[in-house]
Design a protein. Sequence first.
Lengths: 225, 314
Amino acid sequence: MLITALSFPEQLVLTLAALILLSSFLMLAQVRLDSLINVFALQGLLLFAATVLMAFISGKYHLLISAALTLFLKVFFIPGQLRHLVVRLDIHREVEVIGNPSLIMLFAAGLVLFSYYVALPIRALSLLSTRNTIAISLAVVLIGMLIVISRRKAVTQVVGFMSMENGLFFAAVVSTYGMPMVVELGVAFDVLVAAILFGVFFFHIRTEIGSLDTDRLNRLTEVER
Amino acid sequence: MTGWLLAMVQTLCVVLFAPFMAGWVKWLKCKLQNRQGPAPWQPYRDLLKLSRKEVLLAVTASPVFRAAPYVVFSVTVVAVSVVPIVSVQLPTAALADVIVLVGFLALARFFLSLAGMDIGTAFGGMGSSREVTISSLAEPALLMAFFTLSMNASSTNLSTVISHLVQSDFILYPSLIFSSMGLILVAIAETGRIPIDNPATHLELTMIHEAMILEYSGRHLALMEWAAMLKLTLYSVLIANLVIPWGVAMTLAPGDILVGIVAVACKLLVLGALLAISETVQAKMRLFRAPQFLGLAFILSLLGMMSHIILEVG
């Protein structure tokens, strides 16, 4: 659907979709844990704004409940929890070494193109005016996966994982006006529980191997070789 | 005929306005940093003083070194003349599109870096090498941003792009937001402002633009500096007229032209103020961080193009 045929709130949703994609790219580029968590919270905020707008465009006001959950969980609770963890584990100034950053960014750009082609047939099935954003949400999921793959530290992998969930949620909102309420509540509580469990898990990993570097979980011996 | 006359007068006015733009940014920056600061028209005095001074040439200087200031200055003036500034009814705009415009800027940069290397001093060579590194990273981002704008209007002609934006109803194009962000980052890098280069310093290890023109004196230096101010004004005009195109005259009626002049002057002054603020709140980056900065510019431009393809058409 041409953007000229859309109403202004719908154009705003498209812009928010593009900004969510940008925030994924920013997360991929961050080297510091502090700023990574801040960008993650920003992505949650953009997601909240997009959901609220979608609720008013479609007149399906149950989306407002999902939006409120997003605001509470992904903007305040989970980032707060992660910040707290980062301070307690004393890794907030940690600079992560990842592969060649520009190469990873280009790879992410390739993922966006890939999801565009994958989403083309799905787009043809949807009748919603915001169906063009399906490709964007798929790209957010894939970039979240790329964040998980390209990072070594457990905390950043968790942020990548949560960002994947953001992408899925966004896909549900823009392509079918959200999932059934039961599913959405379930997912929200899963995420909540996951955030708490991950927190406990970090401490376990650290006491077991003395580091949060998940590469070291691959080694079977306890002695350094 | 009026069109050609307008084009000439407009180019002349911008060439004369450029030192004020540079002085305005400097003056505001000084005020923001609680310093007295030179008056905004100080660059005119500097240029006048330099043009009266004797030209000193190194014994190793080749004709390229002597020709470079004239080439750089005149190419920049030609680049300014093809950009619609006050009105889109510009006959010169039909001569060159955005790709040629980027080519003009590249030509000026080529001669600037040749001149930097010509004398054979360490600083000149270092400055040229840095300039070329930065521009090789900035140019793809700049072109990508321009391509996105052109795809929106289905034309690479600047006049057509601007009139397409002004004449259609207001539409929030995500692609335009991204490509203008990319364009702004590229403009900061290309005009040698903080955080890429500091125009106020002659510190050996950090300077880029100043290192290349270190050996120039007299009227040659005046032309080089004037060309740099002109480049700043050119990029500001591009940002002003492509990002906020409203106010540009669609016809050659005197009323429209007057509105166009006032609009572009206001936009330039506001952009100058924003530049002064951003330079005050930021510190210069290490040179090795510059590829990251320009990588962000490229990603923004790329996202602009992709959001055009994914979100806006089809």
